[in-house]
Each structure stands twice: as structure tokens, then as C-alpha cells.
Write a protein that binds this ligand. Structure first.
Ligand code: NAD
Length: 312
């Protein structure tokens, strides 16, 4: 019988989908979010407002580095730690903010989970960016080569979480691969391209479009994250990828089919961007029994559709 869980970053893109899914299946969800200025906080307010419709969802507003986290996690069985400062390009020159939201906040969450006694599992949202431009497919046991402050802070936070794993508190770090779907962050490529195409504006593309990603649909990410709270697994990092390698040129082809003719303007690649990402899925399959269900054309169709009809 589901009990109480905590979702940090509950007003974020992935955190809001996860919170809704948990609340709808009977969990009492204590969400927490600082509504940081990493992007327009009104998007986060709108997601939080939508979650108010779930009677078993409560939201606490505040920064994880300042709040009383002992009260927040007291009595909770699972803590999903998704709060963080995302975004590769913005991390150059903003190292202090990334260290604050990704490392200091994580240290405090781990401390509170350890003290609580009730928390059996801490699930941490890590990132495929920890692999940098390393050998593909990216294997969890392989070398990590972060090439941006964002990736480095996620790697450090992940290490803190995994080092804290023990019989009292089991921890799992999920390395999400570029997550997309309705409500995606406004700084992410798939949303920027779809918005430009729908507005009839040229798509500003960094690089020649041959770069590729193992894009992962947000509902698949939610399913994997929930499995990570229940599966008999501890002290491990696990890749969560969509399972199909899609280049930006493939994305543009889909946009033409969905929206009509598009114009593209190419610019040099940005610092910190990796060229290709590709998950090895063995661990997700064997440890979590997870396999992504939503194909890229279907998932992107849903995202484009949600942008055609923004929430009232
Ligand atoms: N979206 C992706 O493709 C992706 C890929 C890999 C990893 N991740 C990780 O998944 C998590 C969620 O990503 P997202 O895309 O939903 O990002 P998001 O920015 O939409 O959500 C993160 C939320 O955390 C909150 N937050 C940040 N610092 C906080 C703090 N100190 N105290 C309280 N709240 C704080 C923000 O206000 C925000 O609402 C992040 O940790 C991110 O690094 C995301």
C-alpha cells in the first residue's frame, strides 16, 4: 500500500510529471521547490498550480539548502531528489549557482534521509552528461569525462548519493538521457525548435545537425524512476535512455512532417555540448526491468501538439 514520499524539484519539468503520477496512484506526495530563476519561474508556478488538483499532493516552497529538511522527510519512505540546476551552456561562468543547487542541496538531502530512519530509498536524478564525449554506448561502469560545470556538479552529487548507500538507506542514481515531452524546459533544443517551427521562424542550430541524442520521453523517465524506488537495487548508477538514437537532422525531418516547411540557420557548436549520446540499456533492463515504451516520433508528436495548445 503506497505511503508517503518526497519529490524535490516538484515544480520542475520532470518532477511535476513524477509528482502527478505518484499522487494519482495513491502516494501522499510532499513536493518541495524553490522556484529558482534558472528559467521563467512562472512556468514552475503553473505546474505547481496544476498539481493542486491532486488531493494527496502538498507543496513546500523553499531552498533545500535553507529549509528544515528533517521535518520534510520525517516519516517518508522514499525520497526522489530531482531538484537541481540543469543546463550545460548556462553552467559556464555560473559555477557557484550549480554547486549550490546540485552539490550543497544534495548533501543536505542525504543528511536528512540518513537521520530520518523512515527513508528506505533515495533516488537521485543524475545525467548522461557525466559521460562527456566518452566511448559509446555509455556504460555505467565506464570512465566519466564531464566537460561542463553542470556535468561535473552532477557527477559529484551522484558520487555523494552512491557513497551514502547502506542497509539503512539504499540509494540509486539514474543517469537520464535528454528528457523531452509536454512541459519540457524552455532552454532545451526540442522545445526551442518546435516553437520556432510553429511560429514560422528559422531554427537556430548549433553545429551541422549530425549530432545525436538518446532522447527519452518524460513518461518513460517517470516509470523508470518509480521502478528505481521499488526494485531490489542499491548503490548503483543506472542509465535511463529512450533506446533510439536520433540526430537533429531526423528531428528536422519530423518537424517538416508535423508542421510543414522549416528554415534552418547553422551556427558553431557550443562549448560543453557533447556530440553524441547513447545509453547502454543492460543495467536498466536487468536491474529495473525497464524498457522505454514511447517511440521518438510519437513522443515528439505529443510535445508539438501540447505546444499548439498551450494550457489556458
Ligand atoms: N531534463 C533532462 O533532459 C535531464 C537530463 C538529465 C538529468 N536531468 C536532471 O533531472 C532533474 C530535473 O530536471 P528538469 O529538466 O525537470 O529541470 P527543472 O529545472 O525543470 O527542474 C528542477 C527544479 O528544481 C528546483 N530547484 C533547483 N534548485 C533548488 C534548490 N536549491 N532547492 C529547491 N528546489 C530547487 C527548480 O526550481 C526546478 O523547479 C535535474 O536534477 C536535472 O539535472 C534532467
Amino acid at each position: 500500500m503506497p505511503d508517503t514520499c518526497v519529490v524535490t524539484g516538484a515544480a520542475g519539468f520532470i518532477g511535476s510529471h513524477l509528482s502527478g503520477s505518484l499522487a494519482r496512484s495513491g502516494w501522499t506526495v510532499r513536493g518541495v521547490d524553490a522556484f529558482t530563476d534558472a528559467y521563467d519561474p512562472s512556468e514552475k508556478r503553473a505546474r505547481a498550480e496544476a498539481l493542486r488538483g491532486e488531493p494527496s499532493f502538498q507543496l513546500l516552497e523553499g531552498d533545500l539548502t535553507a529549509l528544515d529538511l528533517d521535518s520534510l522527510v520525517d516519516g517518508a519512505e522514499v525520497v526522489y531528489h530531482l531538484a537541481g540546476r540543469a543546463g550545460v551552456r548556462a553552467s559556464f561562468g555560473s559555477e557557484d549557482k550549480y554547486e549550490h543547487d546540485n552539490i550543497e542541496a544534495t548533501e543536505r538531502v542525504i543528511g536528512a534521509c540518513r537521520r530520518a530512519g523512515s527513508v528506505r530509498r533515495l533516488v537521485f536524478a543524475s545525467s548522461s552528461s557525466v559521460y562527456g564525449n566518452g566511448p559509446r554506448p555509455f556504460r555505467e561502469e565506464g570512465r566519466l569525462e564531464p566537460i561542463s560545470p553542470y556535468a561535473r556538479t552532477k557527477m559529484q552529487a551522484e558520487r555523494l548519493c552512491l557513497a551514502a548507500s547502506g542497509p539503512e538507506l539504499e540509494t540509486v542514481a539514474l543517469r537520464y538521457f535528454t528528457v523531452y515531452g509536454p512541459g519540457q524546459r524552455p532552454d532545451m533544443g526540442l522545445r526551442i525548435f518546435a516553437e520556432a517551427a510553429l511560429a514560422g521562424e528559422p531554427l537556430q542550430v548549433l553545429g551541422d545537425g549530425t549530432q545525436s541524442r538518446d532522447f527519452t520521453y518524460v513518461e518513460d523517465v517517470v516509470a523508470a524512476t518509480r521502478r528505481a524506488a521499488e526494485a531490489p537495487v542499491a548503490g548503483l548508477a543506472i542509465n535511463i535512455g529512450g533506446g533510439a538514437i536520433v540526430s537533429l537532422l531526423d528531428v528536422f525531418e519530423l518537424l517538416r512532417r508535423e508542421v510543414g516547411p522549416i528554415r534552418i540557420e547553422n551556427h558553431p557548436m557550443a562549448r560543453g555540448d557533447v556530440y553524441h549520446t547513447e545509453a547502454d540499456h543492460t543495467r536498466a533492463r536487468t536491474q529495473l526491468g525497464f524498457r522505454a515504451q514511447v517511440s521518438f516520433p510519437e513522443g515528439y508528436h505529443r510535445q508539438i501538439d501540447s505546444l499548439r495548445r498551450p494550457p489556458a
